[in-house]
Design a protein around this ligand. Structure first.
Ligand code: SAM
Length: 320
């Protein structure tokens, strides 16, 4: 279905939990945020019901996220049911990778097509500091395992920060050696990111670090908002998602369903509708479809990502 600006909306991100096993300093406060009481989070049955409504209204690609999606019990069985929904042609998952080693095989068998792993540093100490306690080696073992299980187009989401700018060459070298697709992402004024605005680096500052690789790099199609390149001879690719410094809302095709059933029309705020209450009141599927279409039509032309306009949203609730 098309929104009010004629953009085709066919991609839904679904957060299945607001719990996370990390506390990245730009995402969550050290003590975490109060997680929603059990009954406020949609059950898997409710999520499947809403996914049926979504595919009935043009959604074809689904990404499962969180919080950390792999901490929710029963996630693998849930994913195979999502994959079986007629209309879902692409199922992907975003994870911090901590639990990936033990679940990569199950994810593959459940029919997950693609994985994104969030990984901001390749240095153990620094990784632990950024995530407030994460074990880099577990994530690296998870990535290895996922590749062995057949996740060939594995993407690494790397948040650009002042404190990690010296690691860009190391991430670029990873793409030389392995079929990994590194995506550098700008820090956004959401959640704890607002308080950490001093860490913000526009992507333009990163071109300098790319220079030894850049002149011969070839632009390739990345299948999303990223501007992507392949260094000659490299097994993987490198991409840039400049959500803040370069507005790409004109090409936005997505909606986000929060774990509490709120359907967000835009990551930066504006639009959206609660689906949990109508769902629990037992309204018809047709009525839910109407609400879903109303959310699509409420998508603003552009999200406002100015730091001074940042609101009280939390990435761990919306799912990134
Ligand atoms: N736990 C999963 C993970 O780590 O990928 C999924 C949820 S996490 C909220 C999704 C993504 O949001 C991560 O890649 C994280 O780096 C990113 N993120 C969180 N806060 C952000 C911010 N303020 N700006 C940009 N990205 C952010």
């Amino acid at each position: 279905m098309r929104d009010g600006y004629l953009r085709k909306i066919d991609y839904l991100r679904v957060s299945i939990t607001d719990r996370c096993n990390l506390r990245c300093f730009y995402c969550l406060p050290a003590g975490g945020i109060p997680t929603s009481p059990q009954g406020e989070i949609l059950s898997f049955e409710e999520l499947l019901e809403l996914l049926g409504v979504a595919t009935g209204n043009g959604i074809r690609r689904v990404r499962i996220t969180g919080g950390e999606p792999l901490v929710r019990k029963g996630v693998i069985a849930f994913l195979s049911r999502v994959k079986a929904i007629p209309g879902v042609v692409d199922l992907s998952l975003t994870t911090n990778g901590l639990l990936l080693e033990g679940s990569a095989g199950g994810l593959r068998r459940a029919g997950v097509d693609r994985l994104n792993v969030s990984l901001d540093s390749l240095r153990q100490e620094r990784y632990r500091e950024i995530t407030r306690g994460g074990e880099l080696n577990k994530v690296l073992r998870g990535i290895d395992r996922a590749q062995r299980e057949g996740f060939s187009s594995l993407k690494l989401n790397v948040l650009l920060m002042r404190r990690t700018r010296d690691e860009i060459p190391a991430f670029l070298r990873l793409t030389l050696e392995r079929p990994l697709h590194v995506r550098f992402i700008e820090l956004m004024p959401i959640g704890e990111g607002v308080a950490q605005c001093g860490e913000y680096l526009p992507l333009s500052e990163f071109w300098r670090a790319l220079e030894p690789f850049h002149p011969a790099s070839v632009r390739v199609e990345g299948g999303g908002p990223a501007e992507c390149y392949r260094i000659p001879g490299a097994a993987g690719t490198v991409g840039f998602i400049a959500a803040v410094s370069h507005n790409f809302c004109g090409a936005c095709r997505r909606l986000r369903l929060g774990a509490d059933g709120f359907l967000y029309a835009c990551l930066a705020g504006g639009g959206g509708i609660d689906l949990r209450d109508p769902l629990r009141r037992g309204v018809s599927r047709d009525k839910l479809g109407e609400l879903f279409r109303r959310a699509i039509l409420s998508k603003p032309r552009e999200g406002d990502f100015r730091w001074e306009k940042a609101g009280g949203r939390s990435m761990s609730r919306i799912g990134g």
